[in-house]
Design a protein around this ligand. Sequence first.
Ligand SMILES: *[C@@H]1O[C@H](CO)[C@@H](O)[C@H](O)[C@H]1NC(C)=O
Ligand SMILES: *[C@@H]1O[C@H](CO)[C@@H](O)[C@H](O)[C@H]1NC(C)=O
Length: 282
Amino acid sequence: MDEIFLRTNEDILVKASKYKQQSSTISLIRIEELHTLLGLIIFSGAMGNNDLPNRELFDPTLCGSKDIATMSLERFEFLLRCLHIDDRSTRENRRQNDKFEPIRNIWEIFIQRCRDLYKPCAYINIDEQLLAFRGRCPFRMYIPNKPAKYGIKIVLACDVNSKYMFDSCPYLGKNAETAPAELLGTHYCKLITKTIYGSNRNVTADNWFTSVPLAEQLLEDPINLIFTGTIKANKKEIPSEFKHNPSRRVGTSMFGFHTKLTLVSFKPESQKNSSSVVYFAQ
Ligand SMILES: *[C@@H]1O[C@H](CO)[C@@H](O)[C@H](O)[C@H]1NC(C)=O
Ligand SMILES: *[C@@H]1O[C@H](CO)[C@@H](O)[C@H](O)[C@H]1NC(C)=O
């Protein structure tokens, strides 16, 4: 909060100096008001109102009087324009080596809190999410089959019961990583499960992450995590009998065992190609 407070006030000073008349609408923010501003944003999200235009949020006949009782619409919009989380004067230099630099500091503080303050249950899910964003950003992704289509992709680890996200990292694109493309899933999975290494927890993920080397590495000491995931049929470790096989009876499962690993392929009732539903389980 102190960092956001500092950076936002820096921006307020710059923007306010362009106004002819000073007024409370464009005055410096106090720390209490920053809490209030973030509270209003979170509250509108919790009420499912985050897609409404600001003037409707501040219309008591539509959204009640909480917003308007807190600050004026003009103040709210001015503060949103000034809300900043990093030092703009040094940003260009800092981001030479790291595209995520403008967000990194606040992000790391936030995620470290999530790691420190939460003890996940025995079952963990790893997945990716596209956070809707259409602004300028060198690592914005376009994923046509996601509802938002444009956004910032993050990889996250969540507690299966509470849905709490206890670790996450941004996906900055293939070029930003040192690992070859096929190892990206492994790289991210290992990165965001670090806090639960050694705990024998069960980790589930989809086929973007799953590979035999990943499952084996997680099982090893000192990581000791049990991995379950769907796996792409084109992985070289899958025997051909497990792939498309028209003669197999519908509704049957086929199991394969290798060291500590188990592979199961289920032939679904639908006409769906059975090669697309090969499951891999430890
Ligand atoms: C993970 O799942 C296995 C199989 O269901 C179970 O035996 C094990 O206890 C689970 N791990 C933890 C930490 O509960
Ligand atoms: C199912 O997958 C196999 C191998 O990947 C392919 O040869 C076949 O054409 C597919 N069948 C359908 C109906 O998509």
